[in-house]
Ligand binder design. Structure first.
Ligand code: KG4
Ligand code: ZN
Length: 348
């Protein structure tokens, strides 16, 4: 509908410079420039390199998004930008750019929470969010279970990882298997030729004694160590490492715990919608297992297409659009970037 707000979103919290443009729930542009190749040889994102790459990519990515949507900055009704959580220097580039554009074009600005944006992006694919919903957010930097009652007001954290994030575990296991960075996509591909039941890797925080204090929390560092020990033992004994089986068994361990805890959260809160977001939501095994298990207990799973699961500008625009439609007041032009922005804060 033409009278719905036209919202532009800017994302720079990690290694993707994303500019998205939406009208209501309709995606018009999703321009992305990634510095992932520049980090590959370090095996992880280097903050300083990411910040510089954002600075270089900002203006051309903005131009591409506006061209793709067939609009000019003057047509935009509001600008949303990731204010946190994320890498401090990387966030600052996006926030500074957003302020510049907002000031120059005299537009309202919304500094928004990156994690809430990972939830909001699903509206671009599946329409308005049914609330309450449970959201499972799994990426390189975060792994959380959230209760989403009202996305404009904040979300209630139910649990999170107590050590590594799920995507971080994929990246570390890929590194020890000599597969390159980022690890998620390559483990996902390799696992297709392996047997997920070949090796019984541990399921973190699922024993009854752990569930008492950590029912909705995750732990992936013990799993990563178990994979490392298993591979080392194989190498010591001179036997070949069955890489596809290791990848599939590791992936099964992660997806088993993520889906079991997410559906337990649905049950505990009487919620029948599960939204999965973040880079790991692109994982093919996670998507299939979540669907299978959810169908058995009458829960509907909403997972956006893989390109919307990883970091992008469209998700920020989607959250901005949701806030504008709900009549939420914009941020002040001196809004801060907050690398540790809590989940309870949706707009700064
Ligand atoms: O959301 P995202 O793009 O950035 C962060 O906010 O971290 O997530 C990136 C993470 C990386 O750890 C990457 O290995 C993981 O998502 N990832 C995957 C897959 N695609 C990306 N993990 C498992 N399977 C995938 N297909
Ligand atoms: Zn993210």
């Amino acid at each position: 509908m033409p009278d719905e707000p036209l919202v532009l979103g800017i994302e720079t919290s990690c290694d993707e410079t994303g500019i998205g443009i939406v009208r209501g729930h309709t995606l018009l542009a999703d321009a992305l420039a990634s510095s992932v190749d520049q980090h590959a040889r370090f095996g992880g994102v280097v903050p300083e390199v990411a910040s510089r790459a954002h600075l270089e990519a900002m203006v051309p990515t903005m131009q591409r998004a506006l061209d793709d949507a067939g609009v000019t900055l003057a047509d935009i009704d509001a600008i949303a930008v990731t204010a946190g959580p994320g890498l401090a220097g990387a966030l600052l580039v996006g926030v500074a750019a957003a302020k510049g554009y907002a000031l120059a074009a005299e537009k309202p600005i919304y500094g928004v929470n990156h994690l809430a944006a990972h939830v909001a992006v699903d509206t671009l694919e599946h329409g308005p969010l049914p609330e309450p919903a449970i959201a499972l957010l799994v990426s390189g930097g975060h792994s959380s279970l959230l209760l989403v009652d009202d996305l404009t007001a904040g979300v209630t954290p139910l649990g999170a990882t107590i050590d590594d994030a799920a995507g971080e575990a994929f990246d570390k296991v890929a590194r020890l298997l000599g597969m390159g960075f980022p690890g998620g996509p390559v483990i996902d591909r390799t696992a297709r030729d392996g047997d997920g039941a070949a090796i019984a890797f541990p399921r973190g925080l699922t024993a009854p004694k752990d569930l008492a204090g950590h029912r909705f929390d995750f732990s992936f560092s013990g799993l990563k160590t178990a994979v490392a020990r298993w591979v080392e033992a194989r190498e010591r004994s001179g036997e070949p490492v069955p890489v596809a089986d290791v990848a599939a068994s590791f992936q099964d361990a992660v997806c088993d715990v993520l889906t079991a805890k997410a559906l337990d959260a649905c049950r505990a809160h009487g919620v029948d919608t599960l939204i999965i977001g973040g880079g790991v939501a692109a994982n093919s095994r996670l998507r299939v297992l979540a669907e299978e298990r959810a169908a058995k207990v009458g829960v509907r799973v909403r997972v956006p297409r893989p390109k919307l699961c990883t970091d992008n500008g469209a998700m920020v625009a989607a959250l901005g659009s949701h806030l504008v439609a709900a009549g939420v007041a914009p941020s002040r032009l001196d809004l801060p970037a907050d690398s540790a922005l809590p989940l309870t804060t949706v707009t700064v």
